[in-house]
Design a protein around this ligand. Structure first.
Ligand SMILES: CC(C)(COP(=O)(O)OP(=O)(O)OC[C@H]1O[C@@H](n2cnc3c(N)ncnc32)[C@H](O)[C@@H]1OP(=O)(O)O)[C@@H](O)C(=O)NCCC(=O)NCCS
Length: 241
């Protein structure tokens, strides 16, 4: 009874925040790099049966619905079927700069490389190489991260435009504040000082932000130019701004 209460208090403590959960995992001996974070600690399960078997690098997003298992108990079946018991546990190694979609499961024996995206709902059963996008069950590589980046660069502006149109369609005039993630369509080094977005949402430190200012070129110079384009698109679609 007392053990149950202590376990419950411990669980509540580590579920309080992602940082508390990570501190708990590190205290057990799990190696977890800097900048790695847990999105929703109540909804993330990381196998603590043998903490030394799990290693996670830097800047890994451990998203809602994630399960990492370093063991299974299926071989308990052998006791009844064959009178034998065979244990089953192995290492799980995650590199650095990994983004994991929601509801992903990673099974024992898997190594995921650096700069990897794992798609929503995937079950990762085999190694995933560096610089790749892997999806599905079992997760397979569908493209390189560079390909995905090039594809997103071609698609994101049209998505931001559709977002503005959806706000109009809902009966409201879009404001710059609505575009807290879409600002790359109209903000870059030329004008970022005019737009006090919370850039820390995307860029966790000054170096990353500076690099973005060097690399990014917005297709529109400012919100007004972007909105003028949205209105033109709406007119050509026959919709009213
Ligand atoms: C992986 C992902 C980023 C790829 O997005 P995308 O650019 O739309 O990718 P594509 O549609 O070109 O996908 C390539 C192929 O993989 C398939 N695919 C994409 N995501 C998949 C997934 N999660 N599971 C299974 N297959 C998937 C596509 O159907 C497509 O297959 P096809 O070539 O046979 O047509 C996206 O699908 C995804 O999973 N996003 C995560 C969403 C999420 O969890 N959000 C949480 C926010 S915190």
């Amino acid at each position: 009874m007392i053990k149950k209460i202590i376990d419950k208090v411990r669980r509540m403590r580590r579920e309080r925040s992602g940082e508390a959960y990570l501190a708990y995992l590190r205290s057990l001996g799990m190696k977890i790099g800097k900048g790695t974070y847990i999105v929703d600690p109540k909804d993330v399960t990381i196998d603590t049966s043998r903490p030394e078997l799990i290693e996670i690098g830097e800047k890994v997003s451990l998203n809602k619905g994630l399960t990492i298992l370093s063991h299974d108990w299926a071989s308990f079946l052998f006791v009844n079927a064959f009178g034998d018991f065979i244990p089953a546990h192995d290492k799980v190694t995650l590199g650095s700069n990994i983004w994991i979609g929601r509801n992903v499961t990673i099974l024992r024996g898997v190594t995921i490389g650096n700069n990897v995206l794992i798609g929503n709902g995937s079950i990762v059963t085999k190694d995933i190489p560096d610089n790749s996008v892997a999806v599905g069950s079992p997760a397979k590589v569908v493209m390189t991260l560079r390909d995905y980046y090039e594809k997103r660069k071609k698609q994101y502006v049209a998505e931001s435009v559709r977002c503005a149109m959806a706000i109009y369609a809902a009966g409201r005039e879009p404001s710059a504040a609505d575009f807290y993630d879409d600002y790359p369509a109209f903000v870059d080094a030329r004008n970022y000082k005019d737009y006090p977005y919370n850039y820390r949402r995307q860029f966790k430190n000054d170096d990353d932000f500076k690099r973005w200012l060097e690399v990014h070129e917005a297709p529109f110079n400012g919100f007004e130019e972007f909105m003028a384009h949205v209105k033109k698109e709406m007119e050509s679609n026959g919709a009213k701004a």
